[in-house]
Write a protein of this length. Structure first.
Length: 320
């Protein structure tokens, strides 16, 4: 009887120990699960700032390759997307880049405009044109009213048909840079003294170069392709225009505010429809009587004493 009691007691103790072991194991597993969940929650909490950090990194990356804030804003406006979505890849979507009077100083970032055919950057504060040398498809470039002194970075733009660099600080247009397709060039109000560069522009028909301290027009003498020519201006030193006598394809000519007194070289330019020679020391219109296609003539504010000869110009519609 005593032996049976001892055996029963041993069985109860063994069962209790086994049950406690199971309970401990279950508690341990529960703690492990809780620990795993806590770890997941911690991970989620830690990941939240990473999203913001990634966004901030993207914004900083734009500053890295396009540091000029005004250029950034202009680009986003042209693309019609938020600033945060401007990328180098999206720059390829732009065909016409128009950022006139935007306060832009630095053009870094525009080298990614590889599909652009027209760029307008008038009236900014640009000095360096280097980023534009990488735009092989560019055909029209407008840079009036900047701080440009050197246009040599544009030498690679062999598809250019129109270049406007009026009102800058250019003193020399490179003679060894050939623009094989350039049809129109505007370089008025600069500091150019020589125009021999015209020989590197084989198809040029429109040249605006007034308000420069130019004296010698000899390089123009064989450039009969010209149909539009603006010389003269306040800073002009031109007094002799004999080099123009062979420019028989000219349709529009400006010699305003020049020191020219002899206009006889113009007598055979019968394709002229517009002539601007106001504020010059001209005294007689006799040299103009052969210009039978003339429609517009500006000749005021000079020393003119005889206008009777131009009375025979039947097509003349505007006289001022």
């Amino acid at each position: 009887m005593k032996a049976n009691t001892l055996l029963l007691t041993a069985l109860i103790l063994t069962n209790t120990a086994f049950t406690n072991t199971i309970n401990l194991n279950q508690q341990s597993k529960s703690e492990v699960k809780l620990s795993d969940k806590s770890s997941d929650l911690m991970s989620i909490k830690l990941q939240k700032p990473l999203v913001s950090e990634t966004k901030e990194t993207n914004e900083l990356s734009l500053d890295t390759w396009m540091p000029d804030k005004n250029l950034q804003n202009a680009t986003a406006r042209i693309l019609r997307i938020p600033l945060t979505e401007v990328t180098q890849e999206r720059m390829k979507d732009i065909n016409f880049f128009n950022a006139e009077q935007e306060g832009i100083i630095n053009l870094t970032g525009l080298e990614y405009l590889t599909n652009a055919s027209s760029v307008n950057l008038k009236y900014n504060s640009i000095e360096n044109l280097d980023p534009l040398m990488y735009l092989p498809r560019l055909q029209a470039l407008q840079l009036t009213g900047n701080q440009i002194t050197n246009i040599r970075p544009l030498a690679n733009l062999t598809d250019l048909t129109f270049l406007d660099v009026n009102s800058n600080l250019i003193s020399q247009f490179p003679t060894d840079v050939i623009f094989p397709k350039l049809d129109g060039l505007s370089v008025s109000s600069n500091q150019i003294t020589e125009i021999d560069f015209i020989n590197s522009l084989p198809v040029l028909t429109h040249l605006t170069i007034d308000n420069n301290p130019i004296e010698d027009t000899t390089p123009l003498q064989d450039f009969s392709k010209l149909t539009y020519l603006m010389l003269g201006g306040y800073y002009s030193r031109i007094s002799d225009i004999s080099a123009l006598k062979n420019l028989t394809n000219l349709q529009s000519l400006g010699l305003f505010q020049s020191s020219v007194t002899d206009f006889s070289p113009l007598k055979d330019l019968t394709n002229l429809t517009s002539l601007t020679i106001d504020q010059t020391p001209i005294t007689s219109t006799t040299d103009l009587v052969n210009l039978t296609n003339l429609v517009t003539l500006a000749i005021s504010d000079g020393q003119l004493t005889d206008i009777e000869p131009i009375g025979s110009l039947k097509k003349l519609d505007s006289l001022s």
